[in-house]
Write a protein that binds this ligand. Structure first.
Ligand code: PNS
Length: 167
């Protein structure tokens, strides 16, 4: 059945860098939404030291999804609810890899709901092959000389090599 209006979902995160786990989740999101905005946050509630700057992260995500015209990549500053409102995209998608993700995700979803009651968060579960995978582990393993080629796509692997060669 055709939906009356296209459903646009937002997939916010730090994506520093995008991993196979994020990719899997974004493609799954397209089974419930017609279009997906991958939203790279300037501010994360996690206190993290970044590796790629925001423009680099956007470029890598665009390269990874070059074959998918239903995915658009943007960045946002400030609150996610303000960005979602401005984009007229009240549907937020986040991934749950394990029970340990749940508390933080629930807290964010409820805070966002307090800030803007129209926002809805849906949780999708990535393929079990990626349940251990996180961008922070990929950054660490790559920085310590480990092989991350099975965790990230080609453009990201090249980006990591370039970035770490410069250091
Ligand atoms: O990939 P991450 O770092 O787990 O993503 C967390 C992110 C970016 C989705 C979250 O920190 C966020 O929404 N940041 C924007 C600032 C904001 O709205 N903070 C209040 C959210 S409760």
């Amino acid at each position: 059945m055709k939906r009356p209006r296209p459903v646009v979902a937002l997939y916010p995160g730090s994506f520093d860098p995008i991993t196979h786990g994020h990719e899997d989740l974004a493609r799954r999101a397209l089974t419930v939404a017609d279009r997906l905005i991958v939203a790279v946050a300037h501010t994360s509630t996690h206190d993290k030291k970044g590796l790629f700057d925001i423009d680099e992260r956007i470029r890598l995500i665009e390269d990874v999804f070059a074959d998918e015209d239903r995915i658009e990549v943007k960045s946002f500053e400030g609150l996610l609810v303000d960005f979602a409102r401005a984009q007229k995209a009240p549907l937020v998608v986040r991934g749950l890899r394990a029970v340990s993700d749940f508390e933080y995700e629930l807290q964010m979803a409820q805070m966002n709901q307090e800030l803007w009651p129209e926002i809805e968060t849906i949780f999708l579960v990535p393929d079990v092959r990626y349940s251990f995978l996180s961008a922070s582990l990929v950054r660490q393993v790559a920085q310590l000389g480990g092989d991350v080629s099975s965790f990230v796509s080609g453009p990201v692997l090249k980006g990591l090599k370039r970035k770490l060669r410069k250091r």
